[in-house]
Design a protein around this ligand. Structure first.
Ligand code: FES
Ligand code: FES
Length: 168
């Protein structure tokens, strides 16, 4: 079947099998391998992308269900060579080790800060509760998202002086 959607602002259209999952469409057809596929049980959350502005696990969505929708992947976070503050935060606060969970964490973090610019630790932990990190223990992820919130509060001209408290 024919599917047409925008992915990171670009229109794409392909003839795909009706059973093709969105995560496989993104990775295998479009070559956008930033979105990871980490489980067969809809638990890990590394596959999170946005569909019409809402985070979804792309392993639970058929490519056909994205027909006519706007999809945003982790590749769409950076704009004109400028990292999104959440990407900066994960860099500044060591929010990753192996990095496998990071694409989903970043997309969930961006969505959280768009609806809640000043989340506390509990709100951050709730937002990422559908995602599994096997490496960090989550503390640095929480700090990274708090750093990004502070960066956006200060504006582009300033940097948060240090990773704000927020993790254990
Ligand atoms: Fe694990 Fe989607 S690949 S939740
Ligand atoms: Fe390795 Fe999260 S950094 S799974």
């Amino acid at each position: 079947m024919q599917v047409t959607m925008t992915v990171n602002g670009d229109q794409v259209s392909h003839d795909v099998e009706a059973r093709l999952l969105l995560v496989h469409y993104l990775r295998d057809v479009l070559g956008l391998t930033g979105t990871h596929w980490g489980c067969d049980t809809s638990n890990c959350g590394t596959c999170v992308v946005w569909m019409d502005g809402e985070p979804v696990k792309s392993c639970t969505v058929l490519a056909a269900m994205a027909d006519g929708r706007a999809v945003r992947t982790v590749e769409g976070l950076e704009q004109d060579g400028v990292l999104d503050p959440v990407q900066e935060g994960f860099t500044e606060c060591h929010g990753l080790q192996c990095g496998f969970c990071t694409p989903g964490m970043l997309m969930t973090a961006r969505a959280l800060l768009d609806r809640n610019p000043d989340p506390d630790e509990g709100e951050i932990r709730e937002a990422i509760s559908g995602q599994i990190c096997r490496c960090t223990g989550y503390s640095t992820i929480v700090r990274s998202i708090r750093w990004a919130a502070e960066k956006e509060r200060l504006g582009a001209a300033d940097e948060p002086a240090a990773a704000p408290a927020g993790g254990a």
